[in-house]
Design a protein around this ligand. Sequence first.
Ligand SMILES: [Mg+2]
Length: 173
Amino acid sequence: MFQPGFEVSTLSLLKPDEMVDSVYEIDLKRLKELGICGIITDLDNTLVAWRSCEITDILAQWVQNVRAAGLKIAVVSNNSSARVQELANKLGVAYVAKAIKPRRKAFRKIADEFKLTPEKVAVVGDQLFTDILGGNRSGMYTILVTPISKQEFIGTKIVRCFERFFVNRTKKA
Ligand SMILES: [Mg+2]
């Protein structure tokens, strides 16, 4: 009997369903056609630049567009609660801070709040090992965005080298 090896299953969990340059390029109509009814989005380098507390008009408009398209939206971030809370409140969306992605708990919590099964939820984020891995482990649709800011922890930069390796691998797969 065929059993997928560790590498195959791990690679598939790191493979986003979609890749876009920014959240603004996500085709909301197409998501609805795929049966997606809610978006769980990362904060840093996905919606705002790292450490930024600024909500641009275009971002506020995007959140409105998401809702107008009939999709629920929430923020799930591994960052500390005060800043995540401030930004989520400015955007008027539910949030989970200190989410410990790729753990599934925060994704499940929001899906429960949305009253949606995992396959009806899309996870959007800029990092493979937190956002995409956590979303895929949760059985959700996953969308990788290009990170907004280059102001990152050195640790994140190192992780990105690994990410590029896996992205290149999954492209070839
Ligand atoms: Mg991020």
